[in-house]
Ligand binder design. Structure first.
Ligand code: NAD
Length: 474
């Protein structure tokens, strides 16, 4: 397992090291090289140096290299699953799903490489031609969070490299090993020196500020909190750096009076408790029509109580630990403050007394649908239930948020589903589905949830500039 920084095609030491722990046990997994602004600059130097030759690679040659890398990823599926369980705590089954999705995104971009095309047309007044084409945006900084460490690395690097950009990847402090394993696979496939670079650090703000100050950096693609996204957008304004932002969410999960309740409960359990609730697309507000609220609540609470909490390597475990003691304390604080303003505790609510950062699957019923009862992304295994009396009330409450990432709707009336989906102010809407990520679909949000999309037909264009050439014809 490489534990160094990967710069210009080689693993090397940093200015120091830091420890990565296993959130299920609190034990140290590895000592990792720590990068600072100097190492980040060296990585950018390498990415700039390699940019011209990488963008000149013929599409088929680049696609062949991607296919080799994809084959290597598949061969190492077990190692990826194991390292994700160890450093992020997620249950093995979830780590395997994340691996499959990550490899799927990488393959999606592989297949896009040789399919990019331009246009050629008459200029409007005649006498010349308009050629429209694309070119790589340039050296790119990719900043990923810890909650889906492989998916975020593969989705960003896949798009950037497929588009012909060179990259500096900045791993999450909690999950550097997954990113290292991914970069090792690219190295072994034969990606040229400087095309991919990887920095680990405990001082992300310093590292990214140093890179954002440098006008050779042309793109930042970030997944994480809205607050850090705002900081980066501020920094990006200095050199007008092209920016893609996948930020926080406050997803409503609406269950209407005609819904299939068993399906809705099943999907709500997955959507809420997957990754111990630490997902940007998690159901943040479960909004129930009063006609089915009681039945849904009884079944959902029963299912929540059945979920086994523990070490993700145990195949019976459905909910792993939170990522850190700090996050666990935050979850405890949320439960206390919600109860103090009148929320009723229906399940869970406490932190088991183990070494790891475990927290019980928790269900709270809120008395009103007003947002003063909940302002923030829970990012914890805490389900918040609300009751409404009409579709209009559900829609109004669902949209009453600064965020706009994902929303979920359960109804058996298709025309009602389409009408409501059109009025939900979110980038993604799941109808009778609580899990939506798919390489073929554009993942992303609106409002405070971000800018740009990852995956789908347009994902690769986040790393391409559009250019037109006007050509005079005699
Ligand atoms: P975070 O914003 O604290 O960290 C995300 C990444 O940014 C990490 O690599 C971190 O080291 C780095 N970072 C932290 N401060 C920085 C700074 N000042 N400058 C540059 N980089 C900095 O978020 P987190 O706690 O790791 O992840 C949780 C958040 O991410 C949640 O809000 C969640 O909704 C969001 N998220 C969004 C998506 C999405 O696709 N929309 C996916 C996963 C997570």
């Amino acid at each position: 397992m490489p534990t160094g920084l990967y710069i210009d095609g080689e693993w090397g030491p940093g200015r120091d090291t830091f420890a990565v722990d296993n959130p299920s046990t609190g034990s140290i997994l590895a000592e990792i090289a720590e990068g600072g602004p100097n190492e980040a600059k060296a990585a950018l130097d390498a990415a700039v140096e390699a940019a011209a030759s990488w963008r000149a690679w013929a599409p088929r040659k680049r696609a062949d290299l991607f296919h080799r890398a994809h084959d290597i990823l598949i061969e190492r599926a077990d190692s990826f699953a194991e390292i994700m369980v160890a450093e992020s705590g997620k249950p093995r089954r979830e780590a395997e799903s994340e691996f499959a999705l990550s490899a799927g995104f990488f393959l999606w971009y592989t297949e896009q490489i040789a399919h990019l095309h331009g246009t050629y047309q008459d200029g409007s007044p005649g006498g010349y031609r308009v050629i429209e084409t694309h070119q790589p945006v340039g050296p790119s900084l990719l900043i990923t969070p810890w909650n889906f460490p492989l998916l975020m690395s593969a989705r960003k690097a896949g798009a950037a490299l497929a588009a012909g950009c060179t990259v500096v990847m900045k791993s999450a402090r909690e999950t550097p090993l997954t990113a290292a394993l991914f970069v090792q696979a690219l190295h072994d496939a034969g990606f040229p020196a400087g095309v991919v670079n990887l920095i680990h650090t405990t001082t992300s703000a310093d590292v990214s500020a140093a890179l954002m100050e440098d006008d050779r950096l042309r793109k930042v693609s970030f997944t994480g909190s809205t607050q850090v996204g705002q900081t980066l957008l501020g920094q990006a304004s200095k050199h007008i750096v092209n920016s893609s932002m996948e930020l926080g969410g406050d997803g409503p999960f609406i269950v209407l009076d005609d819904a299939d309740i068993d399906l809705a409960v099943d999907q709500a359990v997955a959507c809420k408790f997957r990754n111990a609730g630490q997902a940007c697309v998690a159901a943040n507000r479960i909004i129930l029509h009063s006609a089915i609220a009681e039945e849904f609540t009884a079944k959902f609470v029963a299912r929540s109580r059945e979920l086994r909490v523990g070490d993700g390597f145990d195949p019976e475990v459905a909910v792993g630990p939170m990522i850190s003691e700090r996050q666990r304390q935050r979850a405890l604080g949320l439960v206390q403050s919600f109860r103090s303003i009148g929320a009723e505790l229906l399940a869970g609510g406490s932190a088991p007394d183990h070494d790891g950062y475990f927290f019980e699957p928790t269900v709270l019923r809120f008395p009103l649908t007003r947002h003063e009862f909940q302002h923030e992304e829970l990012f914890a295994p805490i389900a918040a239930l609300y009751t409404v009396n009409s579709v209009e009330e559900a829609l109004e409450f669902a949209n009453d948020t600064p965020y706009g990432l994902s929303a979920y709707l359960f109804t058996n009336d298709l025309s009602r589903a389409v009408a409501i989906a059109e009025h939900l102010d979110f980038g993604m809407v799941g109808v009778n589905r609580g899990i939506m990520a798919d390489p073929a679909a554009p993942f992303g949000g609106i409002k405070a949830s971000g800018l740009g999309r990852e995956g789908g037909h347009d994902g690769i264009y986040e790393f391409l500039e559009r250019k037109y050439v006007a050509l005079t014809i005699d």
